[in-house]
Design a protein around this ligand. Structure first.
Ligand SMILES: Nc1ncnc2c1ncn2[C@@H]1O[C@H](COP(=O)(O)OP(=O)(O)OP(=O)(O)O)[C@@H](O)[C@H]1O
Ligand SMILES: [Mg+2]
Length: 262
């Protein structure tokens, strides 16, 4: 597909959006030091969409927080040459006392956007996530799916070259999640932002990503990765998505069995 070719060509000259080299992370606890992440090396290319897949507790959020700069690795290095990444969580984390529009404007203000430009830019971002009329709506007036759209618009307001997403659709029903998968794919293609998306849902990982990276548990290590060579936009129920999901699920089960979880 022409779009894919252009993206691949773009990547050749511009290095990486994120580079993790031999990253480890330990936490001190009552039972001693716990090694959560061990020797993680991973590059995300500019404009690439990578999903990080792993069982609950394997260290996915820990890894994303390190890339976001919210915490520091115990060992190894993390580079994000495009500046500070934007982070979107499972819970929308919007300010309930502000409207949808003002939540986005706050992010614009923190980015240094001039006051006169904030409202039109917030409205443009709301259009981008297909929430055109929601500027004046308060958070409690929005459905769960709409809140995640606002959260996505707020993350995009940071104008980062790297978007980090920690199970952002996990709390939504299947249909709403499906619609937001389509929206995220569209926005990713339109903006050419790099995405590092964390999930424990194999189908979701395959539906969205160009590359799926499987983490093992205790400690989290890169167990395997797959290039997803299926044309976008995909459907979660596509046979090709299902087939690769079965293969990856087998590996994930092996990882979970090996570490005695669930
Ligand atoms: N600040 C912290 N202090 C101590 N231990 C922590 C801290 N943050 C995470 N951990 C531990 O690190 C491990 C990995 O946690 P993390 O939240 O990264 O997992 P996860 O893969 O995101 O799981 P889930 O899919 O359930 O969100 C867990 O054992 C957790 O208890
Ligand atoms: Mg997590």
């Amino acid at each position: 597909m022409a779009n894919t070719l252009t993206k691949a060509e773009d990547r050749v000259s511009v290095g990486h959006a994120a580079r993790l080299a031999h990253v480890s992370k330990s936490f001190a606890g009552p039972a001693g030091t716990q090694l959560v992440l061990d020797d993680i090396s991973l590059d995300v290319a500019p404009g690439e969409f990578v999903t990080l897949l792993g069982a609950s507790g394997c260290g996915k959020s820990t890894l994303l927080n390190l890339v976001a700069g919210l915490d520091r690795p115990t060992g190894g290095t993390i580079e994000t040459p495009g500046g500070r990444p934007a982070l979107m969580f499972q819970e929308h984390a919007l300010f309930p006392w502000l409207t949808a529009g003002k939540n986005i404007e706050l992010a614009l203000r923190l980015r240094g956007v001039a006051k006169s430009q904030r409202r039109p830019e917030a409205e443009r971002l709301l259009e981008l996530v297909r929430l055109g009329g929601a500027y004046g709506k308060r958070v409690h007036e929005l459905s769960g799916g709409m809140r995640q759209r606002v959260a996505m618009a707020r993350a995009l307001a940071q104008d980062s070259r790297l978007l980090l997403m920690d199970e952002p659709f996990a709390a939504l029903d299947a249909i709403t999640r499906d619609v937001l998968h389509d929206e995220l794919t569209r926005i990713w293609r339109e903006t050419n932002v790099s995405v590092l998306f964390v999930t424990h849902n194999v189908r979701e990982a395959v539906r969205l990503a160009e590359r799926v990276v499987l983490l093992s548990s205790r400690p989290g290590r890169i167990a395997r990765e797959w290039t997803v060579d299926i044309e976008q936009p995909r459907r979660i129920e596509d046979t090709s998505v299902a087939e690769l999901s079965v293969e990856i699920t087998e590996q994930l089960r092996g990882e979970i069995r090996r570490h005695g979880q669930h």
